[in-house]
Design a protein around this ligand. Sequence first.
Ligand code: GLY
Ligand code: MN
Ligand code: MN
Length: 429
Amino acid sequence: MPNQDILDLQPTHIQELQNRYDQALTEHGYDSLLIASGAAPYRYRDDQTYVFQGFGPFLHWTGLAGQEHSWLLIRPGHKPVLWLYQPVDFWHANPAMPEEPWQEVVEVRSRQQPGAPELDNPGRLAVIGDPLVLDGVPGEHNPAALVAAVEETRVRKTPYEIECLAHANRIALAGHNAARDAFLAGDSEFGINLAYQQATGQREAEAPYHSIIGLNEHAGTLHYQYYDVQPPRRPRSLLIDAGVRYRGYCSDITRTTAGPGESRFAALVHGLEKLQLRLCEMVAPGVDYVDIHRKAHQGIAALLSASGLVSGLSDEAIVEQGISRAFFPHGIGHFLGIQVHDVAGKLTPPPEDAPFLRLTRTLEEGMVVTIEPGLYFIPSLLEPVLNGPQAKYLNRSLLDELQGCGGIRIEDNVAVTASGTRNLTREWV
Ligand code: GLY
Ligand code: MN
Ligand code: MN
């Protein structure tokens, strides 16, 4: 959807936010809510700060991810007030404030001081935000029940939010295509990162998370965080997990590419992608997300059998005996929104067979989730199996061969619609 069409949806989004917040505040007995955008803390004994990304509820209203020391006041039945920190400063520039429709329904006041504004007659006041910026601010700080209610307002995305997420996918996919081309041209992890940033037009500090770019065995570290400047002698695989922010909203996409001549690995990538697409299609209202996670394990077991990595066991036994978990140790995904791992996914704790699952809810229209199965060759997880009674089921020489490819993850961003699913990532291919 073009930019202007997305913006046209914004007033309805803000109206819906106002309704949801009014309801949350009334239910919890508060007259006003002050939201702190936050500020990057200084590093210990240093005059440099950590990289800043704003507090979720502040972004939910404004989309301004880089706006420090600003405050937003919400009161049921009143126009919200935003105090925007805009100091006269010859060291730093103030962030640009693109004109957007939300500013017509929010009173914007410019401010020179970083601290919280003084409020006239706030009544019973809650203040939410990073505790580091709340010292000395009057009101109840981060009351748990209200914070949970505010987080719940982010669970079912408005049409505006879904289009922002779709747009964030579109931009990131241009980066993924450039990254794949750079890999196939023989670039290093560092070079691939440059290609990604060039194509997305977004510096890494603004992205929702540091891009994970792993060649060869690095692809087997789930959140691999370094970039080799030299390409490997034999580029066997690329795993890139990278997104962008668009008006505060995140994409979170992973693609895996086999290097030239890696036909066995390429076949596994193809098999995992087919499984991933089937899992995406399971997304629909009323579906328990934990069931999608369990289906992923069954599919991975089938892939392990079909590829000959595991033999002599039924697919069910591969799952029951924990072998699929040695290859796929993380959860099938999470909520996505203005945080990459968006809030309120675990109203109940994850089940014992899925300890890292970040989302345990039944899906509802408007939720946006990731679907990201993986199949990795991680020495610290495979060695206990190879040194135990189940070793006889594993094909050690095939594992040895594939170990140097690291692993596979394929991740899309999927919205739950009234009748099923909308894959926000595959719309742009
Ligand atoms: N990019 C982190 C994740 O996929 O959850
Ligand atoms: Mn990811
Ligand atoms: Mn993810």
